[in-house]
Design a protein around this ligand. Structure first.
Ligand SMILES: Nc1nc2c(ncn2[C@@H]2O[C@H](COP(=O)(O)OP(=O)(O)OP(=O)(O)O)[C@@H](O)[C@H]2O)c(=O)[nH]1
Length: 936
């Protein structure tokens, strides 16, 4: 499964941007941002790389793998920590001698290399990466390898690969004590130095390859130091409170930590973090000063080394978002830091805005906006921020965010109902819900009509089912519920819902057509619902009937007919003759019996809204199908953003009023205040107040979403440019959409969404169920919109207002007609294409200057025609010298509309008198050709 880089970084406990860098180094390309996703293979590759395997560059691998302890030729930074280097030529004698028997230094800390002691610190610094600055101090003789400490004490011997990041052990923590006092031989006349001067080596970058070590010929071979340290040195004693052994231990710990960082390539970043931490604490101790916590866990540096280290760090890579900025702010401030404390792990409730997030994690909102901007998200402080994005931002700012959905009444009540299980004993047999699915015109409605004994198919507009239908019939004492779904592609959504409430899916395939695109789609819906499938091979009465074609088509969709050894029953039917209908019913009832569908009727009802309608007289009518429990008149129902008491229930087939509807019963319900969307679940609650609260909450949420999607937003740079451009380039056709049912609105929107062109766009300002009202017309007038009514009419007031204001109200009964008309309208809004049409050419034979008029060219048309409404290109010596409109065209003394090839004429051009004998005048016209969407 794909994983975002920042999520993986969080798992690995490293920074997202570091992981992006690591991706690049590991050869995982195309990951420019921490929002990019990684495939499983890429994650494996990365992990392999970070573990030192795979395609890791050699240098990195070398650096990551700790060298064997006994390799004397290993460079100091790549090898284990060496504590004391004592070439044979310069034996060190502890002074003064210890009272007790000196203990030898631990063997692992006494493996010097022959060349290291002689290598000047400057050389080590030269190996440091270019971006890391060198220490500023001038080398002392000791540092330069010439002083008494040359070859004996070097900072490299105390620090590991982390360089300055891993602080060296204390060299002069207690003045007058320390290592130098213990090891340096006292010479007469030498003034005691308070502590050895230490040259700080620059930080080696973790990814830098270790420089090959050059063995100098005059270097002494590697040898063990013969220096023995007194017990006091190792155990404390007179060296004070920080015994050397403890320092060594800490140094080793630091070294280990640095190795781990270097391995994952996050050393530099960590340094920045360290620096940030240091800066965040102990203001009085100066920038870069270590906190007391750090003091405890790390070896300390003396004041000067500490300052050098701070300087080095402060020039290191910066955190993209807060590094430089914060630093510069703080430098200027002298007062108390009033910023809210930054929190590392916070809980944020959804929905959340940029401001909420900023307050939760304690960083300025501007900083969050800056992070978003770097990811290409332009937003405002009050804008909602997606949980994914918020998590990313928080991770970038080093905080971990847990998102919590505020528990609403809806969550509490409705999920309780959904989760409640019915006792086995309470379950009684219920009717199977059978849904008819299939390609348009393959006979779904006709088949269902034939089964039920009604004739709906004939009454449908355009012969197309536009609404979902649901009926329950009684088949010899056994109830069966049927759902008929519209078959055209525009109704995919509705069909998906039909398949979701169904127990058995009947795929209707016309035997003359075979399996068609929407048959395949219907099969997918049925398979996704995981319900038994029966195929009705319909129209078997037709002469073109080809069962083999249908069966083959079905098997390619994974439906293997039982006659071919599969598990899907294929029943041959004819809605026209009634053949096979009994077989189909029998098959369905057998499957239902085998499946033994049951439900508890004695509980508050739960079910699904198949469709809803806003009638002008009867109010809101909702087509529901009950899944569990029994719905009764008087029940309090919440469904989508509608709620109310059930005032009446009607059987959709007979039209009779009913008082109760048990499991599997489709029913038309009246009494809710708003038409819910098809597919919404309904619940019966005890308290109408609770139902109101849930419905209002939902309505608020959907309003917010609508506002967002309708473009009623404050202008941003992006939308501003769009608007500026739009004035000239993009024409907008505004619509107000009214339809009889919600399902129709969805289907219309789906069709209209196909009408896309870069120069013209459709914008639905308002979509609602019910008749066209006066308010719709007023809105259309104000916004220059067209009102579209589908299966609805305007009331009298709306009609009068539309006539008065000149608002266009269009009524339709077939969805595809709306799409066709709007397409034509949009095509009419397209700028026509301009094409140049060359008409003819005239040769200037003479020119006549007339004082009042200017210069008239006496010409002969040498090809085509010269037209009065054309334009002229003046061509002289094969060069176009100008392009002018024709002021006058005369034949003899009369004005002419056009002059043909071979005739003479007088031509005067608008604003051009420099016409000369021998000029060619090329006459052309610009033709405007209207465009269609297909011209793109
Ligand atoms: N000859 C013949 N014609 C049929 C049969 N079944 C349906 N038809 C015709 O096929 C056309 C389409 O039938 P419908 O029942 O509307 O098809 P549908 O699949 O419901 O189509 P939509 O409502 O658009 O999804 C109608 O003209 C029917 O009369 C059949 O078994 N034999």
């Amino acid at each position: 499964m794909a994983v975002r880089i920042y999520a993986l970084a969080k798992d690995l406990n490293i920074d997202g941007k570091e992981l992006v860098d690591i991706c690049a180094r590991a050869g995982v390309t195309g990951k420019g941002s921490a929002l990019a996703s990684l495939s499983d293979e890429e994650v494996d590759k990365l992990k392999q790389f970070m573990n030192g395997g795979g395609n890791a560059p050699k240098a990195t691998a070398t650096q990551q793998a700790p060298p064997p302890p006994t390799r004397p030729a290993e460079p100091a930074r790549g090898g284990r920590m060496r504590v004391i280097v004592a070439p044979k030529s310069r034996p060190l004698t502890p002074e003064p001698p210890a009272a007790s028997e000196p203990e030898p230094a631990p063997p692992q800390k006494t493996e010097p290399t022959a060349d290291e002691p002689k290598k000047p610190a400057a050389a080590a610094a030269a190996e440091a990466p270019a971006e890391l600055p060198q220490p500023e101090s001038k080398p002392t003789p000791d540092e330069a390898g010439q002083g008494p400490l040359a070859g004996m004490l070097r900072r490299e011997d105390y620090i590991g690969p982390g360089g300055a990041g891993g602080r060296p052990p204390m060299l002069s923590g207690s003045r007058g004590g320390g290592l130098r006092d213990a090891s340096k031989p006292k010479r007469a006349g030498e003034s005691p130095k308070p502590r050895p001067v230490v040259k700080l080596a620059a930080m080696p970058a973790p990814a830098q390859p270790a420089a090959p070590k050059k063995k100098k010929e005059d270097e002494a071979p590697a040898q063990k130091p013969d220096m023995k340290l007194p017990a006091e040195v190792m155990g404390g004693g007179r060296l004070g409170a920080k015994p050397l052994a403890a320092h060594l231990k800490r140094a080793e710990r630091t070294l280990e930590a640095e190795k781990i960082r270097a391995k994952s390539g996050v050393g530099v970043r960590k340094d920045v973090e360290d620096d940030d931490t240091a800066r965040g604490k102990g203001r009085g101790r100066g920038r870069g000063a270590a906190s007391p916590a750090e003091d405890k866990s790390r070896p300390m540096l003396g004041g000067r080394e500490q300052r050098q280290l701070s300087r080095t760090r402060s020039r290191g890579p910066r955190n993209n978002y807060d590094g430089g900025r914060r630093r510069s702010f703080r430098r200027g401030r002298s007062g108390v830091n009033t910023a809210a404390p930054r929190k590392d792990a916070v809980t944020v409730e959804l929905p959340c805005t940029v401001r909420d997030l900023s307050e939760a994690i304690g960083v300025p909102a501007a900083q969050i906006l800056r992070v978003l901007m770097t990811e290409g998200v332009m937003t405002t402080i009050t804008a909602m921020i997606e949980p994914d994005l918020a998590e990313f931002v928080a991770a970038e700012l080093g905080a971990e965010v847990n998102f919590q959905l505020a528990e609403t009444l809806e969550d509490k009540l409705l999920s309780e109902i959904d989760d409640s299980e019915d006792d086995e004993a309470s379950l009684v047999p219920r009717a199977p819900v059978i849904t008819f699915l299939g390609h348009v015109d393959h006979g779904k409605t006709s088949l269902l009509d034939r089964i039920i004994g009604i004739d709906v198919a004939k009454g449908e507009s355009g012969g197309i089912t536009q609404h979902i239908r649901a009926y329950q019939i009684d088949n010899g004492g056994k109830p069966i519920a049927f759902v008929d779904t519209p078959g055209h592609a525009a109704f995919t959504e509705m069909r998906a819902r039909g398949a979701n409430v169904t127990d058995i899916a009947v795929i209707v395939v016309a035997a003359d057509d075979g399996v068609m695109p929407q048959t395949e789609e219907a099969i997918s819906h049925a398979k996704a619902a995981g319900v038994p499938i029966v195929v009705a091979m319909n129209k078997t009465d037709l002469p073109g009937f080809d069962p083999l074609k249908t069966l083959t088509g079905l098997s390619t969709c994974g439906i293997v007919p039982s006659e071919w050894g599969g598990d899907v029953e294929v029943v041959k039917t004819s809605a026209a003759t009634g053949a096979g209908i009994e077989d189909l019913l029998e098959t369905l009832l057998t499957i239902a019996e085998l499946q033994d569908y049951r439900a508890n009727p004695d509980r508050p009802a739960v079910g699904v809204c198949l469709d809803s309608q806003q009638g002008s007289d009867s109010g809101v009518a909702i087509k529901l199908i009950v899944e569990r429990g029994t719905l009764r008149v008087g029940d309090v129902v919440v469904c989508g953003d509608g709620y109310g008491k059930v005032k009446a229930m009607v059987d959709p087939l007979s039209g009779e009023r009913i008082e109760a509807a048990g499991p599997s019963r489709p029913v038309d319900v009246f009494g809710l205040d708003a038409a819910p969307s098809a597919g919404e679940r309904f619940y019966v609650l005890d308290d109408i107040g609770q139902a109101r609260e849930i419905a209002e909450d939902r309505a608020d949420r959907s309003r917010t979403t609508m506002l967002g999607s309708n473009g009623f937003q404050h202008v941003t740079l992006e939308t501003l440019f769009e608007r500026l451009d739009g004035d000239e380039e993009v024409q907008t056709l505004n619509l107000i959409l009214r339809a009889d049912v919600r399902g129709s609105i969805e289907a219309i929107e789906k069709e209209l969404s196909k009408l896309q062109h870069p120069e013209v766009r459709l914008r639905i300002l308002q979509r609602s169920v019910g008749g066209i009202s006066e308010a719709d017309v007023t809105l259309a007038d104000a916004s220059d919109a067209v009102v579209i009514g589908f299966n609805v009419v305007p009331d009298e007031k709306a009609r009068a207002k539309a006539a008065q204001l000149g608002v266009e109200v269009r009524r339709y009964e077939v969805i595809y007609k709306i799409a066709d008309d709007l397409r034509a309208a949009m095509e009419g809004m397209l700028k026509p294409e301009e094409r140049e049409l060359t008409l003819g050419t005239a040769l200037v034979q003479a020119t006549f200057k007339i004082s009042r008029l200017g210069v008239i060219a006496g010409c002969r048309v040498i090809s085509g025609v010269v037209a009065r409404d054309g334009r002229m290109r003046v061509i002289r010596d094969s060069t176009v010298v100008g392009d002018y409109a024709i002021d006058s065209l005369k034949r003899e003394k009369d004005d002419a509309k056009e002059v043909r090839d071979g005739y003479e004429c007088g031509i005067k051009l608008v604003g051009f008198n420099d016409i000369k004998e021998g000029d060619l005048l090329e006459c052309y016209k610009i033709e405007k050709i209207s465009r269609t969407f297909d011209d793109r």
